[in-house]
Design a protein around this ligand. Structure first.
Ligand code: TXA
Ligand code: MG
Length: 323
């Protein structure tokens, strides 16, 4: 059932979470599929509904800082500085886990990923549930993340107890995942908080390339992917080399005159603003995927600020299937 995120419905949603059910809810990044993070049976349902492999750990969402102490065994100086500056917000920190975090949440890892979302509905839901909420993006595993309640309803509507509709997610791309486990902080997934902002606070961080060895399945080479094949292009000239344009979809970073006639064109930001482009990326990919085109050509963006996260998602969407 999909309902508006009114106070009353958020209360109901909190009760569902408490009783071990699943609720999809808006955050500032994307919609999450939430369950009581301390109830392994409830969390198991997330994996089932998403068809997500259980080796892929979940992010635990909290509404107040007191939970951090309970969920972790160590929060160092760097973590504290980042929390002070960026929470609530699109930054997920990977820290050593405490015993109360069930293994299914962390896929058996000794670490736990935690974030405090900056979205009133998400925060109120966690408060009402009186427990941390583990929530991946509310989409089938590997598919494009949802940035509206409508996306969630179409992908998972019949499989979950409630969808809280809180409108469009303002950031539109998942949180940045930063591991503080080793001496050197490591970005496991670029996201809604630009790396440059993090480096201003704690100095140089390493960016972990997507690899075969999966530390964080956001690092899988193929992910965030429409069903339609995606190809990345750099200059508009490359488009004029396409022979059959009838059934082609094009994802443009900014408004441009095109010499070819495509079936479906999406423009992420009229003036080429990376923040606006990130906010529109997944919606545009959903529309392109639904438009019936046989291939999507996506324009590359510069990899600064949110451009790093946008290119990460486009590369993963365009990677060949691994099996
Ligand atoms: O913005 C977001 O982060 C959204 C909203 C709903 O909060 N959530 C989200 O969750 O994107 P999900 O499950 O789609 O992605 C979580 C990422 C995955 O790449 C996962 O592998 C990584 O975080 N992760 C979770 N726990 C981890 C851990 N202990 N160590 C390393 N990576 C971890
Ligand atoms: Mg996801």
């Amino acid at each position: 059932m999909r309902v508006k995120a009114t106070e009353e419905n958020i209360k109901l949603a909190g009760k569902i979470i408490k009783e071990g059910g699943l609720v999809a809810f808006p955050t500032e990044t994307v919609y999450g599929l939430g369950a009581n993070a301390l109830n392994p049976y409830a969390v198991a349902k997330i994996f089932e509904v998403k068809k997500r492999p259980t080796f892929d750990p979940l992010i635990v969402h909290i509404s107040k800082i007191e939970w951090l102490e309970k969920l972790t065994t160590q929060v160092d100086e760097k973590a504290l500085k980042l929390i002070e500056k960026f929470w609530p917000g699109p930054l997920t920190l990977v820290l050593p886990k405490s015993n109360i975090v069930p293994d299914i949440v962390t896929a058996g890892l000794p670490t736990v990923a935690i974030r405090m979302p900056s979205h009133n509905v998400a925060l109120a839901l966690i408060e009402n549930a009186e427990t941390p909420i583990s929530a991946p993006s509310a989409n089938p595993f590997g598919y494009i993340s949802p940035t509206t309640a409508d996306h969630v309803e179409r992908m998972l509507g019949d499989k979950i107890d409630l969808i809280l509709d809180g409108g469009k997610c303002p950031i539109g791309i998942e949180s940045t995942v930063l591991s503080l486990i080793d001496e050197e902080p490591k970005i496991l997934r670029p996201g809604g908080l630009p790396v440059e902002e993090i480096e201003k606070i704690i100095g140089k961080v390493k960016i972990q390339p997507s690899s075969e060895k999966i530390l964080s399945p956001g690092q899988l080479k193929k992910h965030y992917s429409p069903k339609t094949p995606v190809r990345i292009f750099k200059s508009l000239d490359e488009l004029s080399e396409i022979n059959e344009t009838e059934n082609v979809g094009i994802l443009l970073f900014k408004k441009n005159e095109l010499k070819i006639k495509a079936k479906h064109i999406e423009v992420l930001s009229e003036n080429g603003d990376l923040i606006e482009a990130a906010a529109n990326l997944f919606s545009a990919l959903h529309r392109l995927d639904d438009s019936g085109v046989s291939v999507i050509y996506a324009q590359a963006v510069t990899e600064t600020g949110l451009g790093l996260a946008i290119m990460d998602r486009l590369r993963k969407a365009s990677a060949p299937a691994e099996n």
